[in-house]
Structure formats: structure tokens, C-alpha cells
Design a protein. Structure first.
Length: 543
């Protein structure tokens, strides 16, 4: 009887232990290091665990910041985007700890045992700075760090006060930035710059222990109307991150002083006073956007420029595009940037002229593709709302054997050049990408290009394309032939003697006509007209 009771008690205890391991503790979504707070240290903790054999997650459900039922690098990036780029917030339980939602399958046997580390030497300071003022609205600010531990990163807010306007640039001074993250912006705190830095995602880089080490240089511009004087550089919300454990360290913050030597001249400076009020970001799901292309007509062998315009109901910080065309009819020549990307932004534009696959049924060949972010530090660079913004001009050539009639350029997802396949989307100033299915409305307007019969009108001998013939045309042809000056605007026009080729005989024919009483140049001359003797040249240098 005693043995039976013991067996029953032992089984009951085992069931209790197993059940306790399966029961999910209350947790805060995104808090990977289990210290009760969502911060940059949680991104470091996640990357350290994934790439550097760092500590195990106490609560895997908490580490799953994007709620996709798995923990990977996307969770660390999600945390960074939410904290510093106004990305979407984690789903429940957030912003307060709570039970796992129904269907959350990741384990969370316990939570809350990852308290911040104590480091008496930990400190982050704003170094004193001087700005000239007057006609120069720029200032350079620096931060320095002290710590007795190797650091994987740091974050802090720098108050703008009444003097600081916008960020122009940021530069890592620690020499440890590898494949990590560095960002300075005012997206999350309009009255302060949010500074965030991680040395690496997948590597082992770190800021060595030391005292008063300069780690960051920030180029800023002063607000319009800033007067000469001294302005406090106030830091708040600082965090250092232990490289080994991924746990937070709460440092002392040491303010500095910005000295402006001279009153700022009128119309100098930047910030809310210079680019209009920076309103809190609107709900991206309420955005309506239009992508539109504007075509036209062109002859075979001629070039046409297609305008790409974007209109949206919210200011846009960036965009991505994937545009298909019929590669048997058109040839992509170049992409001209109209809406300029700042030095602290990002852009990549690519084109494809492949003709290996027959037909034009998809985006595999014949396309323009790319993406741009106007600035990572200033909302002033954004495309204004409710305006037809021309962002790019797409230059194409009509192939010499193109079919007469209309051909279409259209927005079609999936073009892939040197990166991954691209989808047509816009990015609001908060950093959130908006796709057609997540927007209130997203309209795509393609362009028609009408291929005309015949050849473009030109003047024989007009090598530089100014509709007249003089010594500069001979010079343009010689530059093309011998100096590498680039293609002439119209090959047929440069063929001054109409022999179907561009060579030294053409500038000689032009000079003989102009200065030695030589024969008149062949038609069309001296008025514009079509080529009465068609040849292989056309009005473009063949590709």
C-alpha cells in the first residue's frame, strides 16, 4: 500500500513538473533579454544568440518580436525599426506584459530574470562644440562613451532645444561599425534626435572597454534665427549594451555645451521652421497613392524619355519600383534621377535589356527596377503630399526593327537585377513600407509609346543637334571618332557625305562645304527632313 502511494505521488510530481514547463509565463513582446523593457539591447541579444552562440532566450515567445511563430534576424530588425524608425509596434502582449495570445506556440516557461548590468564606469557624454553661425548654419556634435565592459552598441536621445534643427550626416568614430546599424533621426521624438548604434548583426565586432572614447560625430544644422550664445546639449534615455551578454547597462549622462559665435543670417538653417511642421506620422493603411508613367511618340532608332510620377496623400520618405517593357520594341538606355536623394539616403536603379526569352509575357527581361530612400535623418527630404512628384525620367531607344504602333510600359512586380525581386511600394516618413494590399488605394497608370513609321527629321551635317551646320559640327564628329566624347545625337545627321558610315570623311565634307567651296551636303539639307536614302544608321548609334 505504501509503495502504491509513493508511485502515485511520484507520477503526480512528474506531471506537475512537466506542466509547469509548458505553461507560458506573462511576458512583454520583443523583450528578448527578459529585463522587462523593450530596448535596443533586445535586438543585440537576439543577434548574439543567433550568430555568436549568445545566451539562450528565457522566454522565446518574448523574443518573437514580429509574432511570426519563429525567432530569427527579422525580429531584431523589427525591434530596431519600431524603436527608432517609427515602424509598427509589436503585437500583444505589448506595451505591458501579459499572457501569450491564443495560438502562440513558442515556449515561455519563465520571464523577467534579465535585469540590467551594473557598471559604475558607464557614462555617455556630449562633448562641447562650437558653431560659427552667420552664413554658416552647420555644427558638428560628438558623443563619447566610458565603460569597463566591451560594448555591442548604445542608444541615447539628444534634445534639440531651441538651437538644433535637422541632422545632415552621421559618422561612426569607434571604428567598429561592420554589418550593424547606425541611425540618427527625429522620427520617434520630434523634440530630440534618437541615436542608435549596433556594431554588427552577424559578426563579433565591439567597442572595447575604455574611458571617454569618441564614438559618434553628428553633422547638424541650426534652426533659422538662432542667436549667438551658449546652448546646452542635453542627453536622456541612454543605454549601453554589453557585447557578451546582450544585457542593458544604464550609464550616467553628461551634458555638453554648443557655442554659436554669431547670429545666424536670414534664410540660413534648417528644421521645422525651414521645411514646414513635422506632423506626427499618419496611419499608413489610410494612404492613397498613384504611380504614373507618361509616354509619347518616337521613330525607329529615336530616343524617348518617359516621366515617372508619384502622388500620395501622405509625405513619402522613399519608394520602390518594378517596370516592364517590350524588349523587342524598346531598349532601356538610362535612368535619370529627378527627385534627388540626399547623401544620407539610399538609392539603387538598374535596367535590363535581355532578349533571350521569346515574347513579353512577364518581368524576366526588359525592365527598369530600383528603390530610393531620400534621407534617413530628415523628414524635410520627403516627397510632399498631394503633389504630382516626378521622381525619375526613364530614357529608352526604339529599336531599329521595332514594329510600328503602340507598345506599353507597365508596373509589374518581380523584376530582379542584382538583388531580390522588387515589389512596387512606397515608404512613408515613419519608415513603414506600404504595398497595394496594405494601402487605402494604390493606382498604377502605365504609358503608351507610339512607334512612328519613317525616320526622325534631321539636317545633314548637324552632328551636335542644334539644327544648323557650322564648324562645331565637324568638331563634334571628330570628338566622337577620336576623343571618346560620346555618341552624336543623330547618326544619320553626322553622316555628312551620306555614305552610310560615320568616319573621317564626314567632318572633311562639312569643312569643305563651309570653307573651300565644296559641294552642298546631301539631302535633307539645309532644312530638316527625312532620310531619302535609308541606311543602317538611323538617327541613333546602333546598340
Amino acid at each position: 500500500m505504501i509503495r502504491r502511494i509513493c508511485v502515485v505521488l511520484l507520477a503526480t510530481c512528474m506531471v506537475a513538473v512537466i506542466t509547469r514547463g509548458l505553461i507560458a509565463a506573462d511576458f512583454l513582446r520583443g523583450d528578448a533579454n527578459s529585463d522587462g523593457t523593450l530596448s535596443l539591447a533586445d535586438a543585440q541579444f537576439t543577434f548574439s544568440h543567433l550568430f555568436r552562440q549568445g545566451p539562450e532566450f528565457e522566454c522565446e515567445s518574448a523574443a518573437n518580436a514580429n509574432s511570426d511563430a519563429k525567432v530569427n534576424v527579422a525580429d531584431g530588425i523589427w525591434i530596431f525599426n519600431y524603436l527608432f524608425l517609427n515602424g509598427p509596434a509589436p503585437s500583444a502582449p505589448f506595451p505591458a506584459a501579459g499572457p501569450a495570445p491564443e495560438g502562440d506556440s513558442l515556449p515561455c516557461p519563465s520571464y523577467g530574470n534579465g535585469a540590467p548590468l551594473d557598471d559604475p564606469a558607464a557614462e555617455i557624454e556630449a562633448l562641447d562644440a562650437v558653431a560659427v553661425g552667420g552664413a554658416n548654419g552647420a555644427a558638428v556634435l560628438k558623443l563619447a562613451i566610458s565603460s569597463s565592459r566591451a560594448l555591442g552598441g548604445y542608444s541615447v536621445r539628444l534634445r534639440k532645444g531651441v538651437a538644433l534643427g535637422g541632422v545632415e550626416s552621421e559618422k561612426d568614430l569607434s571604428g567598429t561599425l561592420d554589418d550593424g546599424m547606425l541611425d540618427v533621426n527625429d522620427f520617434s521624438h520630434r523634440d530630440a534626435f534618437s541615436v542608435s548604434f549596433l556594431c554588427t548583426i552577424s559578426g563579433t565586432g565591439h567597442i572595447a572597454a575604455g574611458a571617454h572614447q569618441p564614438v559618434l560625430e553628428v553633422g547638424v544644422c541650426l534652426r533659422p534665427g538662432t542667436r549667438a550664445g551658449e546652448y546646452p546639449l542635453v542627453l536622456e534615455g541612454a543605454e549601453l549594451i554589453d557585447a557578451e551578454s546582450g544585457r542593458a547597462i544604464e550609464p550616467r549622462v553628461v551634458p555638453g555645451t554648443l557655442t554659436v559665435l554669431e547670429d545666424l543670417a536670414p534664410s540660413v538653417g534648417c528644421g521645422p521652421d525651414a521645411c514646414g511642421p513635422l506632423d506626427p506620422p499618419a496611419d499608413p493603411s489610410q494612404l492613397s497613392a498613384t504611380y504614373a508613367l507618361e509616354g509619347g511618340s518616337a521613330y525607329r532608332g529615336d530616343e524617348i524619355a518617359v516621366a515617372f510620377k508619384i502622388r500620395a496623400t501622405q509625405p513619402l520618405g522613399g519608394y520602390a519600383f518594378s517596370i516592364d517593357f517590350d524588349e523587342a520594341t524598346l531598349r532601356a538606355a538610362s535612368i535619370e534621377e529627378i527627385a534627388q536623394v540626399r547623401d544620407d539616403g539610399f538609392k539603387r536603379y538598374e535596367l535590363d535589356n535581355g532578349t533571350a526569352a521569346e515574347g513579353n509575357g512577364g518581368i524576366d527581361e526588359g525592365f527598369f527596377v530600383g528603390a530610393a530612400v531620400f534621407s534617413v535623418s530628415s523628414a524635410c527630404a520627403a516627397l510632399p503630399a498631394d503633389v504630382d512628384n516626378e521622381v525619375l525620367r526613364l530614357h529608352l531607344e526604339v529599336r531599329a526593327n521595332a514594329a510600328i504602333g503602340e507598345t506599353e510600359l507597365r508596373f509589374l512586380d518581380g523584376a530582379q537585377a542584382s538583388g531580390t525581386p522588387v515589389r512596387n511600394s512606397v515608404t512613408v516618413v515613419s519608415g513603414s513600407a506600404v504595398f497595394p494590399e496594405t494601402a487605402s488605394s494604390f493606382v498604377f497608370v502605365g504609358a503608351k509609346v507610339n512607334v512612328l513609321p519613317g525616320e526622325p527629321a534631321f539636317v545633314r551635317g548637324d552632328s551636335n543637334g542644334d539644327a544648323s551646320v557650322n564648324i562645331s559640327d565637324a568638331s563634334a564628329t571628330l570628338g566622337f571618332l577620336f576623343l571618346g566624347n560620346g555618341a552624336v545625337p543623330c547618326a544619320d545627321a553626322a553622316d555628312a557625305n551620306d555614305d552610310g558610315a560615320i568616319d573621317i570623311a564626314d567632318p572633311i565634307a562639312t569643312l569643305q562645304y563651309l570653307f573651300l567651296g565644296g559641294a552642298s551636303l546631301p539631302a535633307p539639307f539645309p532644312q530638316r527632313g527625312g532620310d531619302p536614302t535609308p541606311d543602317a544608321l538611323g538617327c541613333k548609334i546602333p546598340a
